[in-house]
Design a protein. Structure first.
Length: 708
């Protein structure tokens, strides 16, 4: 059902009982005007019927009427509106209040003028509406309840609503202008100001200082913000701020007087302490220096800048720090030098030139007296002086002496005989301070004369020390001696006795070398002198030792002994022993040459005495020139055969065993005179062997050797 402003009614929907009032029972799907209804003020609907209240107070109904609900006195359904026959009657009003009202206060007012209207449309006749507070009244900030009453002849109706006025207007506050002050101490300055008081459109606003000190407090140096806040009863607030700027006092620095000090020991400068002063600045200033106190200042003048700084400014001053180099340089000369002259001019002496040092760089060293290193220093004492000067002019000197001594050999006597101690020498020192003492080396002999005797051959030096302890050493002094005298005796050292006249004779020849000049010879047999020539014939009948003494021109002599071994070959009554293959025979003398040609040897087979062998057939033949001697004899291994040869020649050597068989042989080129030939018998069985020498002429010599 739809009630239009023009009082007409429109309906749509289910219409089975005619409840749409359009004169039909046909459902409608779009609104249709209910015919005949005008001036309708209100409509109502039941389950299947509709009701209409007109302006004139009459009620009209349509639709289902099975229970008489249409009130027309029947129970017949109606499909168009019919008037309810109860005549005209009044309707009590039903008032409707507006919704609760909330508004903001009017500017500058603690409230607001508010208009509103309540409504009432049901009352018949029309009602009159009154209010506890009329619309358009001034409502204070807060909530006010308004009662609305609708009244007509049929009754009255009331309703209430609230009018809330919110205080949205912020309070006002005004702070004093910014304040500038000058500090009276490091804490700042006392500043007084008029505290602001806020105002509001409503009473009850409260003003509070929320930042910064109160008036009359001490404000620190710098800018301090002071803030006040005013808050009204509604919680609206406003703030204001101002600054209090307290300005400090700029410093005024005062520097110390210029400073002069000497250098620290061993340093090219000094550690210097000082302090500038400043008392005027507020707040207290901080003092800094271009070179801090306690720093190391180099020799010379250094300007120091001092700066005092605080929040209000800075101040500078300067002063000088002068460090004087009062320390002289250092120089160390070498120790005094002692040298030995090498010529009449003296000697070249090399020394390490000293170099001075100083606590500061740049010292110069110069030689101011005496020769340079490497120069020839004269005999005597020379002073060398060096001076070092530093950059400031401080100087130091050092000196050392070079004493050149000479030790000259004045007398020298060599040893007369080899191995003797008849040498002597005498030296003299000069160039130093007498008296001198002399020491011979090698050895421990010392004296004050410089003469030394009883010296054997060798190399000596003499060190002279003067009264001041300076020493010089002579050159090498060589005491010589003649060569050792060596005596060699040649000749056949093995003879046979009992064969022929002269078969036991041999010529021994002495030959001496070394010593001084020519030699004389003296031969002795036991205590008896037997000759004074180099060549001495001897005819022993038994093994005999002979001694020869060789004496040189200086009277030095050496003895040499030689033993001539005699093999007694006699046997029977005038017979001679011969041996071949270990078989010994005693034969007549006239048969000897024949047996010798047959390979027999002269002498017995078991004789340990070396024997000659291989004589010529006739006794008038030339005697054998070779002479043999063996050692060690007996031997267990090697044996050395001494051979005297009158000429250089090729000789054949044979080793013959007791069976007459040659077990070793070799040739040797002999020199004229003394020779040694070595044989090894280590591998040969124990027994007697003959070592036979055969020269180019066929002459033979033999020596018997016992192998153990």
């Amino acid at each position: 059902m739809f009630l239009k402003e023009d009082g007409t009614v429109w309906a749509t929907g289910f219409n089975g009982n005619g409840q749409l009032g359009d004169g039909t029972t046909t459902d409608k799907n779009s609104p249709v005007a209910v015919p005949g209804l005008t001036g309708v003020r209100a409509v109502a609907a039941g389950a299947y019927h509709s009701l209409f209240l007109k302006e004139d107070g009459t009620v009209w109904t349509t639709g289902y009427n099975g229970n008489g609900q249409l009130g027309d006195g029947t129970t017949t359904d109606k499909n168009s509106p019919v008037a309810v026959p109860f005549g005209a009657c009044g309707v009590a009003p039903q008032i409707s209040c507006p919704a609760n009202i909330t508004v903001d206060n009017q500017t500058g007012q603690c409230g607001a003028v508010v208009s509103f209207t309540a409504t009432e449309t049901a009352g018949v006749p029309a009602s009159t509406i009154t209010y506890s507070i009329p619309p358009g009244s001034f409502f204070p900030v807060g909530t006010t309840t308004v009662k609305a009453t609708a009244t007509n002849a049929s009754g009255s109706s009331e309703c209430t609503f609230t009018v809330t006025v919110n205080d949205t207007e912020r309070p006002a506050i005004s702070c004093p202008a910014d304040i500038n002050a000058t500090a009276t101490s490091a804490n700042g300055a006392v500043v007084t100001y008029t505290a602001p008081v806020g105002t509001d459109n409503c009473p009850g606003a409260v003003t509070t200082r929320i930042e910064g000190p109160a008036s009359g407090s001490t404000f620190p140096i710098g800018t301090t913000t002071v803030t006040h806040r005013v808050r009204d009863a509604a919680g609206n607030n406003r703030r204001c701020s101002f600054t209090v700027t307290v300005t400090g006092v700029a410093p005024q620095i005062s520097c110390p007087a210029n400073i002069t000090v000497g250098n620290d020991p061993g340093q090219c400068g000094a550690v210097v302490n000082f302090a500038a002063t400043e008392t005027a600045g507020i707040p207290a200033s901080t003092i800094t220096y271009s070179t801090p106190p306690g720093s190391f200042f180099p020799v010379g003048t250094t300007t120091v800048m001092a700066t005092a700084t605080n929040a209000s400014g800075s101040s500078q001053c300067s002063f000088t720090v002068t460090v004087n180099d009062n320390q002289p340089p250092v120089i160390t000369c070498p120790a005094n030098i002692n040298a030995t002259a090498t010529s009449a001019s003296g000697v070249a002496v090399t020394y390490t030139a000293p170099t001075g040092t100083d606590n500061c760089p740049g010292p110069t060293t110069s030689r101011i007296a005496g020769p340079a290193s490497g120069s020839t220093f004269p005999i005597g004492t020379t002073t060398v002086t060096y001076q070092v000067t530093d950059a400031t002019g401080n100087s130091t000197q050092c000196s050392f002496t070079v004493t050149v001594l000479t030790v000259t050999t004045t007398v020298q006597t060599n040893v007369a005989c080899f191995g003797g101690s008849t040498g002597s020498l005498t030296v003299a020192a000069s160039g130093g301070t007498s008296p001198y003492s002399y020491a011979l080396s090698p050895g421990s002999a010392t004296n004050a004369t410089g003469s030394f005797t009883g010296l054997s051959a060798g190399t000596y030096t003499v060190t002279a020390t003067d009264a001041n302890g300076r020493m010089a050493t002579s050159g090498t002094i060589t005491i010589t001696q003649p060569d050792a005298i060596t005596v060699q005796i040649s000749g056949n050292t093995s003879v046979q006795f009992g064969y022929t006249n002269g078969s036991n004779c041999t010529t021994l020849t002495a030959s001496a070398t070394g010593g001084t000049g020519s030699f004389t010879y003296a031969w002795r047999q036991g205590n008896s002198s037997i000759g004074s020539k180099a060549n001495q014939q001897v005819c022993p009948t038994q093994t005999t030792t002979y001694t020869v003494t060789a004496t040189d021109a200086a009277g030095c002599s050496v003895q040499k002994q030689i033993t001539v071994t005699v093999d007694d070959v006699r046997c029977g009554y005038g017979g001679v022993k011969v041996c071949l293959g270990g078989r010994e025979q005693c034969i007549a003398q006239y048969l000897v040459p024949t047996y010798l040609r047959l390979g027999y040897t002269l002498g017995g087979c078991n004789s340990n005495t070396p024997a000659r062998m291989g004589y010529e057939e006739t006794l008038t033949a030339k005697p054998l020139a070779l002479s043999l001697k063996a050692y060690p004899n007996p031997t267990s291994g090697y044996v050395t055969v001494e051979v005297q040869s009158p000429v250089a020649e090729l000789v054949k050597f044979e080793v013959v065993n007791a069976q007459g068989r040659v077990v070793k042989q070799h040739q040797r080129e002999l020199v004229e005179g003394f020779n040694e030939v070595r044989f090894e018998l280590t591998a040969q069985p124990t027994g007697n062997y003959l070592i036979r020498a055969i020269d180019v002429l066929g002459h033979q010599a033999v020596v018997r050797v016992n192998k153990q």
